[in-house]
Design a protein around this ligand. Structure first.
Ligand SMILES: *[C@@H]1O[C@H](CO)[C@@H](O)[C@H](O)[C@H]1NC(C)=O
Ligand SMILES: *[C@@H]1O[C@H](CO)[C@@H](O)[C@H](O)[C@H]1NC(C)=O
Ligand SMILES: *[C@@H]1O[C@H](CO)[C@@H](O)[C@H](O)[C@H]1NC(C)=O
Ligand SMILES: *[C@@H]1O[C@H](CO)[C@@H](O)[C@H](O)[C@H]1NC(C)=O
Ligand SMILES: *[C@@H]1O[C@H](CO)[C@@H](O)[C@H](O)[C@H]1NC(C)=O
Ligand SMILES: *[C@@H]1O[C@H](CO)[C@@H](O)[C@H](O)[C@H]1NC(C)=O
Ligand SMILES: *[C@@H]1O[C@H](CO)[C@@H](O)[C@H](O)[C@H]1NC(C)=O
Ligand SMILES: *[C@@H]1O[C@H](CO)[C@@H](O)[C@H](O)[C@H]1NC(C)=O
Ligand SMILES: *[C@@H]1O[C@H](CO)[C@@H](O)[C@H](O)[C@H]1NC(C)=O
Ligand SMILES: *[C@@H]1O[C@H](CO)[C@@H](O)[C@H](O)[C@H]1NC(C)=O
Length: 428
């Protein structure tokens, strides 16, 4: 019976893989993308009626192909089912070429639209005919229409959904745009360079989504905003809002997303925030908020994303590792007077803040933000009065990688020799 060399072979393979892993900074081979087969285009039954000829002409003037019935063949168009002619309900103009221009004639014949979208379509805006303006329920302009004014947008008074982003909007503030729109459910005015203050009065009680991020809005967040009790999403990040967060913010009890990051907000996190039981995403980073981080945050069961970085919080972080590991995102760095309890959190987590001394003050300056891959040589807890935590700590900071790789290399070679000798013996 000959000795079976396969266990040895496996060991050898394992070692060489390890060697490869430790020393080589080799790029992992990427699996080549498999071309997905095109779905067969559905042949639709002959439609009961065709599009209104006037609307067909209008589409042609906007460079939209109409050789096939656009109501059933264009993904950017939907129609009603009236007869003898169908009428347009929604239209998306995307990736427009330079020669596309809006004409009043075309827009007049498109007044049956309830939804109109411009995506990457830098045509010049013209005044919308009033029939179209009052019919629209949904309006979207993303990187389109060159430049809009608040007055132009304010005519769309029956909107339930307004989305404008990456379009410069000149207006004295959001108030002029929004004050006449009483049925709004969703508002996005983001990356529009909008100036002015937040509205003092809100007329759309059904508002669930409000994104005014990346503008130049200034002043205080008005208390009246917290009366929008149906809000699920509030994003005011990257503006110049100042003063304190309204103490009534917790009245927004349905809120799931709250981002006030990158403003100039000061003062504490309001106690009322404890009432926001549905909160999943809380971003207050890059402000001048101060005080301690309230204990109630650890009782927010739905929370997945918590960013409190770059503020002036102080005191002991009120979280244990169970809480932190449950989150997808957790950031508290760049709060120079904030520290964590080493007894509670150990040293495994990289938090970007220092450990506390027994008085709850940071022990040493927080570690540099740029902590490379797995440099586990930080965690300098000298002077910590607490005895060493009974936890298993990662002790990977033994021999350096180079030494390790060398050792594995040597042992692989030895094994190879042994293997070859064995192989030679058995095959004699
Ligand atoms: C517009 O162009 C972008 C990229 O050039 C593409 O990803 C997108 O699908 C296009 N949109 C439409 C509706 O054609
Ligand atoms: C809003 O729509 C209603 C019909 O649903 C219409 O009577 C009214 O004139 C519209 N208002 C505006 C300001 O367009
Ligand atoms: C906003 O203003 C800045 C600086 O003036 C400019 O670079 C940016 O392109 C503007 N954004 C829009 C959407 O026009
Ligand atoms: C709010 O929504 C409800 C139900 O969806 C509707 O009955 C009501 O008219 C809406 N209110 C406004 C101001 O649009
Ligand atoms: C909350 O924000 C996330 C990330 O931007 C988004 O996917 C989600 O739809 C938002 N939730 C609501 C209720 O708008
Ligand atoms: C808030 O807006 C910023 C900038 O537009 C964006 O990066 C961020 O993801 C938004 N937050 C949420 C929760 O959607
Ligand atoms: C907030 O900014 C405004 C100017 O936009 C200023 O008049 C006001 O004093 C500031 N308030 C605080 C509390 O800093
Ligand atoms: C927080 O900052 C404000 C000034 O913005 C100051 O009046 C207040 O005393 C500070 N509170 C704490 C707890 O540091
Ligand atoms: C972490 O804190 C929560 C309460 O906030 C508690 O229920 C849980 O048992 C704690 N976990 C550990 C490991 O101490
Ligand atoms: C750290 O936690 C331990 C155990 O919970 C506690 O005895 C100690 O007082 C805490 N230290 C600080 C500075 O809060």
């Amino acid at each position: 019976m000959s000795p079976d060399p396969s266990p040895l072979l496996l060991l050898l393979l394992h070692l060489s893989l390890l060697l490869h892993h430790t020393t080589a900074a080799a790029a992992t081979p990427t699996s080549s993308p498999t071309p997905s087969p095109k779905p067969p285009s559905r042949s639709s039954p002959i439609s009961p009626s065709t599009l209104d000829p006037k609307q067909l002409l209008a589409l042609q003037s906007l460079n939209i192909p109409t050789s096939k019935d656009p109501c059933s063949h264009s993904p950017s168009i939907s129609c009603d089912s009236s007869s003898p002619f169908r009428h347009l309900l929604s239209l998306t103009l995307a990736n427009c070429s330079d020669d596309v221009a809006l004409s009043l004639t075309a827009l007049k014949s498109l007044s049956t639209l309830t939804s109109l979208s411009f995506l990457n379509c830098p045509v010049s805006p013209i005044k919308l005919p009033s029939d179209l303006a009052s019919n629209l329920r949904s309006f979207t302009a993303v990187a389109s229409l060159n430049k809009l004014t608040g007055v132009w947008l304010s005519r769309l008074q029956n909107l339930t959904s307004l989305t404008v982003s990456h379009v410069a909007v000149s207006a004295s503030g959001p108030t002029i745009i929004l004050s006449g729109m009483k049925s709004l459910h969703s508002v996005t005015l983001s990356n529009t360079n909008l100036t002015g203050n937040l509205p003092k009065h809100w007329h759309s009680s059904n508002l669930t989504f409000l994104d005014l991020s990346v503008n130049q809005l200034k002043g205080k967040i008005p208390n009246s905003l917290t009366q929008l009790e149906n809000l699920l999403h509030l994003n005011l990040s990257s503006n110049s809002l100042n003063d304190t967060i309204p103490s009534t913010i917790g009245d927004l009890t349905s809120l799931q997303n709250l981002s006030l990051s990158s403003n100039s907000l000061s003062g504490p996190i309001p106690e009322s925030l404890a009432a926001m039981a549905a909160l999943t995403h809380l971003d207050l980073s890059s402000n001048q908020l101060n005080g301690t981080i309230p204990n109630f945050i650890r009782d927010m069961k739905k929370l997945k994303h918590l960013n409190l970085a770059s503020n002036s919080f102080h005191g002991v972080l009120p979280f244990n590792s169970t809480f932190i590991e449950r989150l997808d995102v957790f950031k508290v760095g760049e709060n120079s007077n904030l520290c964590y309890n080493h007894t509670v959190l150990g040293s495994k987590l990289k938090l970007g803040i220092a450990a506390c001394d027994k008085h709850g003050l940071p022990l040493s300056p927080p570690p540099a933000k740029d902590s490379s891959a797995d440099d586990s040589s930080d965690g300098d807890y000298d002077g910590d009065e607490d005895e060493n935590v009974g936890e298993k700590k990662k002790r990977s900071s033994g021999p350096s990688k180079v030494v390790l790789g060398f050792a594995i290399g040597i042992s692989s070679i030895v094994f190879l020799i042994v293997f070859l000798v064995l192989l030679a013996k058995c095959c004699k």
